[in-house]
Design a protein around this ligand. Structure first.
Ligand code: NAD
Length: 269
């Protein structure tokens, strides 16, 4: 028996990274899973593994930008799992470029997957949750939804938009029993960050400015998402929870926050 025994959750971007960690965490606490991703082979590996561990899982290889496919998967998930209690739309992409050189496709793809498609997932699952008067959704924002980042005009616009979407759904749906929150991670050790961030920026800027001095593990993000989905977070709605190793707690901060203090401001007395 676990916190999610008898419940079922739909997770997109489930084949790897944070989505996979969310699936494994929820399943380990008793949930049945509806998992979607573009990567059919990755989903198959996940399904074989979870089924061997005694979990129930249905999968769909789909593009989350296809709202009809998303709606159809929600219908199939209900039919095969018997219910849905929430969603974690993790499917996301980063395509960095200087703004003046960014192509139409790079901007539109990132907005389409990180924002519009998340709306489609929230809408499809939200209809089910509203009809039953209960459920929870957790979206994947980012520290990039707290400020700007060079080379990420598309990504930042998508994540700021996602915060607006999350808060609006929280306000629209909260009084009907459906909570909607987001987490805002800093760097998480997944293929997205390893493939998408130059190593010198990762070591020289991101990790240097992060008080905990390391990337998050996907499981550490999944743990907070599981809390937000659970009844323990029953009064949390419309929140954007920083899971960022302290990076947004500071500014003018480097060397894990130690360097400024090391200048030894003379004691006053
Ligand atoms: N990794 C980080 O440092 C970090 C930090 C903050 C926020 N996030 C956010 O967390 C989410 C997950 O990131 P991740 O690091 O696990 O990424 P990842 O690249 O490791 O995994 C993303 C998954 O989404 C799938 N996907 C991409 N586009 C899709 C589409 N159109 N339809 C269906 N599936 C699709 C991919 O196939 C992949 O399996 C994203 O929204 C990302 O922006 C990540």
């Amino acid at each position: 028996m676990g916190r999610f025994s008898g419940k079922a959750y739909l997770v997109t971007g489930a084949a790897r990274g944070i989505g996979e960690a969310v699936v494994r965490r929820l399943a380990s606490e008793g949930a049945a899973i509806a998992a979607a991703d573009l990567d059919a082979a990755g989903l198959e590996t996940l399904a074989v593994d979870l089924t061997a561990q005694g979990s129930r899982i249905v999968t769909a290889a789909l593009d989350t930008r296809d709202s009809a496919a998303t709606d159809a998967f929600v219908t199939r998930a209900i039919s095969e799992l018997g219910r849905l209690d929430g969603a974690v739309p993790c499917a996301g992409v980063a395509r960095s470029a200087r703004a003046e050189e960014m192509s139409d496709a790079a901007f539109e793809d990132v907005l389409g997957i990180n924002l519009t498609a998340v709306f489609y997932t929230c809408r499809a699952v939200g209809r089910v949750l509203l009809a039953q008067g209960a459920g929870a959704i957790v979206n994947l924002a980012s520290i990039t939804s707290k400020g700007g980042q060079p080379g990420r005009a598309n990504y930042a616009a998508s994540k700021w938009g996602l915060v607006g979407l999350t808060k609006t759904l929280a306000v629209e749906w909260g009084h009907r029993g459906v909570r909607v929150n987001a987490v805002a991670p800093n760097g998480v050790d997944t293929p997205m960050i390893r493939d998408g961030i130059p190593p010198d920026f990762l070591e020289g800027v991101m990790l240097d400015r992060t008080p905990l001095g390391r990337l998050a593990k996907p499981e550490e993000i999944a743990a907070v998402i599981a809390f937000l989905l659970s009844d323990e977070a029953a009064y949390v709605n419309g929140a954007v929870v920083e899971v960022d190793g302290g990076v947004t707690a500071g500014f003018m901060t480097h060397q894990h926050g130690a360097a400024f203090g090391a200048k030894s401001i003379p004691p006053k007395n």
